[in-house]
Design a protein around this ligand. Structure first.
Ligand code: GTP
Ligand code: MG
Length: 251
């Protein structure tokens, strides 16, 4: 991992047992853990990604879904640059938590990119239907027109879409919609093949990612892109504040 690579705090939230740790560990170790071992408090893991503009690192904050283990509560969100909100597609209650989790993250982090994921899409006993999901997303987009409500079905077990949430957030953070991962994160072969004729993202059996350090040119390009993205965020915030002022004056 390059010490000069830009680092982003990535907050991962979702109810207990939705598969946050399993998904993160797929990238971290390549393994899939079948047992459920509840996370206590928070576990922070750096995940490096080699991109077309140099290496970036997500400092992933894997939070406890079980309330009794969530020491700092919403405090974990402070200083986040991006967030992934999880639900488990086989458990409707975890989907009902989406709205609350979204509000909690937004309260602390009004401007960060957020991506929603529905995990365990490999399971046959899916309870949250694609229709329910797309209706919910559509309703929210109407309620909050500035929020894209980007969503992916994923599976930590089959590796389906395993890189998509990271890629979406990396593009937003760097402010470059063309950013690509130049090496796929290494993961073990899937535990299951996908149901319903869907093809799982090809897993690589190689045990580790060979991380070529970025050149100075790459690091500079990333920093420039980050600075541009920060300016864009600040401009958006300024515009929102101006709109709010205008609304108050018009009242
Ligand atoms: N079938 C299937 N099972 C999964 C998948 N992802 C995780 N699991 C299983 O779901 C259970 C819970 O996974 P965890 O990753 O520990 O859940 P968590 O969200 O980190 O839970 P907390 O730490 O309590 O918040 C484990 O038994 C995993 O093996 C998946 O994509 N498909
Ligand atoms: Mg966990």
């Amino acid at each position: 991992m390059s010490s000069s690579a830009p680092r982003f705090k990535l907050l991962v939230v979702g109810d207990a047992g939705v598969g946050k740790t399993a998904f993160i560990n797929r990238h971290r170790t390549g393994e899939f853990e079948k047992r459920y071992i509840a996370t206590q408090g928070v576990e922070v893991n750096p995940l490096p990604f080699n991109t077309s503009v140099g290496q970036i690192v997500f400092n992933v904050w894997d939070t406890a879904g079980q309330e009794r283990f969530s020491g700092l509560g919403e405090g974990y969100a402070i200083g986040s640059h991006a967030a992934i909100i999880f639900c488990d597609l086989t458990n409707s209650i975890t989907f009902k938590s989406y709205g609350r989790l979204y509000q909690e993250v937004r309260k602390t982090c009004p401007n960060i990119p957020i991506v929603f994921v529905g995990n365990k899409v490999d399971c046959k006993d899916r309870r949250v239907t694609p229709n329910q999901m797309s209706n919910w997303l559509q309703q929210r987009r109407t309620m909050y027109p500035e929020e894209p409500f980007q969503y992916y079905d994923i599976s930590a077990k089959s590796n389906y879409n395993f890189e998509k949430p990271y890629l979406y957030l990396a593009r937003k953070l760097v402010g470059n919609p063309d950013l690509a991962f130049v090496e796929a994160p290494a993961v073990r072969p899937p535990e299951v093949s996908m149901v319903g004729g869907r093809v799982a993202t090809t897993a690589r059996a190689t045990p580790s990612v060979s991380s070529t350090p970025p050149t100075d040119g790459h690091a500079k390009a990333v920093r420039q892109a980050l600075a541009r993205a920060a300016i864009q965020r600040a401009q958006r915030e300024l515009q929102l504040a101006l709109n709010e002022l205008q609304r108050l004056e018009d009242e």
